[in-house]
Design a protein around this ligand. Structure first.
Ligand code: ATP
Ligand code: MG
Length: 196
């Protein structure tokens, strides 16, 4: 299986669709957000650094993030491919990922872009704040995360298009979670030459 980079704004469903892909295709899954929240919970040195950034809705510095990602990638079985969820979020992270994979004889694979309108994103994140109690899911921090997304992460969409590996899925077209999952599965199968 090709590697998958799942890409989209906060609340676009990266975690949800990653879980569905893992269940269907048995790939590995690295969520940098989950990794950082795990470090915070365990009270590690890295967790302390990460908490400051996350609580402000800011990104963790690139070099730190790149080192963490490489560590996790190397401790993962990679023969079935890996889903990168929440990474890369900046152009330097994307360049580093490409290089890190190339050094290991692997490819970026395919990028799956989730497009969701701003109102829907905000509603989902505010609901998640109640359901999951994530510290960074409050209105002020969410606004900051959107701002960071638009200025630092969204431009990466074009970077992936230039690599020829961008596949976009639009919530306004698919309309339901099941519709999105169906469309994403079909595209993954097509890319990997799997007959459904
Ligand atoms: P989603 O709702 O789709 O899961 P999200 O953007 O709300 O996405 P996470 O991906 O879990 O949430 O990230 C939470 C926070 O962790 C980010 O706001 C950022 O501070 C930090 N973080 C996660 N990944 C990275 C990364 N690749 N580079 C820098 N900071 C990161
Ligand atoms: Mg997530």
């Amino acid at each position: 299986m090709k590697n998958i980079i799942i890409f989209g704004a906060p609340g676009s469903g990266k975690g949800t669709y990653s879980a569905a892909i893992v269940e269907r295709f048995g790939m590995g899954h690295i969520s940098t957000g989950d990794v950082l929240r795990g470090e915070i919970k365990q009270g590690t040195e890295l967790g302390k650094i990460a908490k400051d950034y996350i609580d402000k809705g800011q990104l963790i510095p690139d070099q730190l993030m790149i080192d963490i990602l490489a560590l996790h990638y190397d401790s993962h079985p990679t023969e079935k491919g890996v889903i990168f969820d929440g990474f890369p979020r900046t152009i330097p992270q994307a360049e580093a990922l490409k290089q890190m994979l190339a050094q290991r004889g692997h490819d970026l694979g395919m990028m799956i872009e989730l497009v969701v309108d701003q109102d829907t994103l905000m509603k989902r994140l505010l609901r998640r704040a109640v359901e999951e109690g994530r510290a960074d899911d409050n209105e002020e921090t969410i606004r900051k995360r959107f701002e960071v997304y638009h200025s630092q992460t969204e431009p990466l969409s074009l970077w992936f298009a230039a690599q020829g590996i961008r596949h976009t899925f639009d919530w306004s077209i698919c309309k339901t979670k099941e519709g999105m999952i169906e469309a994403i599965f079909r595209e993954i199968e097509r890319e990997n030459g799997i007959k459904s």
